[in-house]
Write a protein that binds this ligand. Structure first.
Ligand SMILES: [Zn+2]
Ligand SMILES: [Zn+2]
Length: 133
Protein backbone atom coordinates (compact mmCIF):
# COMPACT_ATOMS: atom_id res chain seq x y z
CA UNK A 1 0.00 0.00 0.00
CA UNK A 2 1.22 3.44 -0.86
CA UNK A 3 2.15 5.61 2.10
CA UNK A 4 -0.30 8.46 1.56
CA UNK A 5 0.94 10.46 4.55
CA UNK A 6 4.49 10.60 3.19
CA UNK A 7 3.16 11.29 -0.30
CA UNK A 8 1.23 14.32 0.96
CA UNK A 9 4.08 15.64 3.11
CA UNK A 10 6.62 15.25 0.30
CA UNK A 11 4.37 17.46 -1.80
CA UNK A 12 3.93 20.18 0.83
CA UNK A 13 0.45 19.24 2.00
CA UNK A 14 -0.70 18.40 5.49
CA UNK A 15 -1.83 14.81 5.81
CA UNK A 16 -5.47 15.11 6.81
CA UNK A 17 -7.87 12.18 7.12
CA UNK A 18 -9.94 13.57 4.24
CA UNK A 19 -6.93 13.64 1.93
CA UNK A 20 -5.62 10.18 2.83
CA UNK A 21 -9.10 8.66 2.34
CA UNK A 22 -9.47 10.34 -1.05
CA UNK A 23 -6.03 9.08 -2.11
CA UNK A 24 -6.85 5.58 -0.93
CA UNK A 25 -10.07 5.58 -2.92
CA UNK A 26 -8.30 6.78 -6.08
CA UNK A 27 -5.45 4.33 -5.60
CA UNK A 28 -7.75 1.33 -5.21
CA UNK A 29 -9.87 2.21 -8.24
CA UNK A 30 -7.02 3.20 -10.56
CA UNK A 31 -9.11 5.82 -12.34
CA UNK A 32 -12.21 7.21 -10.66
CA UNK A 33 -14.54 10.22 -10.92
CA UNK A 34 -15.57 12.54 -8.10
CA UNK A 35 -19.00 10.97 -7.53
CA UNK A 36 -17.42 7.56 -7.10
CA UNK A 37 -14.81 8.99 -4.72
CA UNK A 38 -17.60 10.67 -2.75
CA UNK A 39 -19.56 7.43 -2.38
CA UNK A 40 -16.43 5.59 -1.37
CA UNK A 41 -15.17 8.09 1.19
CA UNK A 42 -18.63 8.72 2.65
CA UNK A 43 -18.85 5.15 3.89
CA UNK A 44 -16.20 5.92 6.48
CA UNK A 45 -16.68 9.66 6.80
CA UNK A 46 -20.43 10.34 6.45
CA UNK A 47 -20.05 14.03 7.31
CA UNK A 48 -17.67 14.79 4.45
CA UNK A 49 -19.29 16.99 1.80
CA UNK A 50 -18.82 16.81 -1.95
CA UNK A 51 -17.51 20.39 -1.87
CA UNK A 52 -14.77 19.47 0.62
CA UNK A 53 -13.73 16.51 -1.49
CA UNK A 54 -13.66 18.68 -4.59
CA UNK A 55 -11.52 21.34 -2.86
CA UNK A 56 -9.03 18.70 -1.73
CA UNK A 57 -8.88 17.15 -5.18
CA UNK A 58 -8.05 20.51 -6.75
CA UNK A 59 -5.36 21.12 -4.14
CA UNK A 60 -3.76 17.70 -4.58
CA UNK A 61 -3.86 18.21 -8.34
CA UNK A 62 -2.03 21.53 -7.98
CA UNK A 63 0.57 19.86 -5.77
CA UNK A 64 1.22 17.11 -8.31
CA UNK A 65 -0.13 14.22 -6.28
CA UNK A 66 -3.04 13.34 -8.53
CA UNK A 67 -3.78 13.82 -12.22
CA UNK A 68 -7.05 14.70 -13.92
CA UNK A 69 -8.03 12.62 -16.93
CA UNK A 70 -10.54 14.47 -19.17
CA UNK A 71 -13.39 12.20 -20.27
CA UNK A 72 -14.86 13.88 -23.37
CA UNK A 73 -18.19 15.21 -22.13
CA UNK A 74 -18.32 13.07 -19.00
CA UNK A 75 -16.98 13.88 -15.55
CA UNK A 76 -13.20 13.80 -15.35
CA UNK A 77 -11.51 10.89 -13.65
CA UNK A 78 -8.53 11.12 -11.32
CA UNK A 79 -5.52 8.93 -10.78
CA UNK A 80 -2.40 9.02 -8.64
CA UNK A 81 0.53 10.66 -10.37
CA UNK A 82 2.70 8.11 -12.14
CA UNK A 83 5.21 8.27 -14.96
CA UNK A 84 3.82 9.80 -18.13
CA UNK A 85 1.61 7.31 -19.93
CA UNK A 86 -1.08 6.95 -22.54
CA UNK A 87 -4.75 6.45 -21.68
CA UNK A 88 -6.97 4.23 -23.78
CA UNK A 89 -10.43 5.49 -22.89
CA UNK A 90 -13.62 3.61 -23.82
CA UNK A 91 -16.31 6.05 -24.92
CA UNK A 92 -19.02 3.54 -24.16
CA UNK A 93 -18.32 2.21 -20.65
CA UNK A 94 -15.73 4.77 -19.52
CA UNK A 95 -13.09 2.18 -18.75
CA UNK A 96 -9.53 3.54 -18.82
CA UNK A 97 -6.51 1.42 -19.57
CA UNK A 98 -2.96 2.62 -19.04
CA UNK A 99 -0.47 2.10 -21.83
CA UNK A 100 3.21 2.91 -21.84
CA UNK A 101 4.62 5.81 -23.75
CA UNK A 102 7.43 4.17 -25.68
CA UNK A 103 10.69 6.04 -26.28
CA UNK A 104 9.76 5.90 -29.98
CA UNK A 105 6.55 7.83 -29.35
CA UNK A 106 8.51 10.47 -27.49
CA UNK A 107 11.03 10.76 -30.32
CA UNK A 108 8.32 11.35 -32.90
CA UNK A 109 7.00 14.34 -30.97
CA UNK A 110 8.75 17.29 -32.51
CA UNK A 111 8.37 20.24 -30.22
CA UNK A 112 10.14 23.51 -30.77
CA UNK A 113 10.18 26.60 -28.60
CA UNK A 114 8.41 24.77 -25.85
CA UNK A 115 9.70 23.10 -22.71
CA UNK A 116 7.83 19.89 -22.07
CA UNK A 117 7.38 19.10 -18.38
CA UNK A 118 4.88 16.31 -18.45
CA UNK A 119 2.69 14.59 -20.98
CA UNK A 120 -0.71 13.02 -20.98
CA UNK A 121 -2.00 11.42 -24.15
CA UNK A 122 -5.63 10.33 -24.19
CA UNK A 123 -6.93 8.10 -26.95
CA UNK A 124 -10.70 7.63 -27.19
CA UNK A 125 -12.35 4.57 -28.69
CA UNK A 126 -13.98 1.30 -27.64
CA UNK A 127 -12.63 -1.33 -25.28
CA UNK A 128 -12.64 -4.99 -26.24
CA UNK A 129 -15.93 -5.72 -24.45
CA UNK A 130 -17.81 -2.77 -25.95
CA UNK A 131 -16.36 -3.32 -29.40
CA UNK A 132 -17.63 -6.88 -29.69
CA UNK A 133 -21.12 -6.10 -28.33
ZN1 LIG B 1 -16.01 -0.26 -22.91
ZN1 LIG C 1 -3.62 6.29 -16.00
Amino acid sequence: MTDYITLLKNNDLKATIQRTSILKSIDQAGHINIDEIYEDVREQHPTLSLATIYKNIILMQQNNIIIEVPMNGEKSKYELKKDDHIHLICQNCGKIQDAQLSPRTQETLIIENFTLRNAQINLYGYCQVCHTN
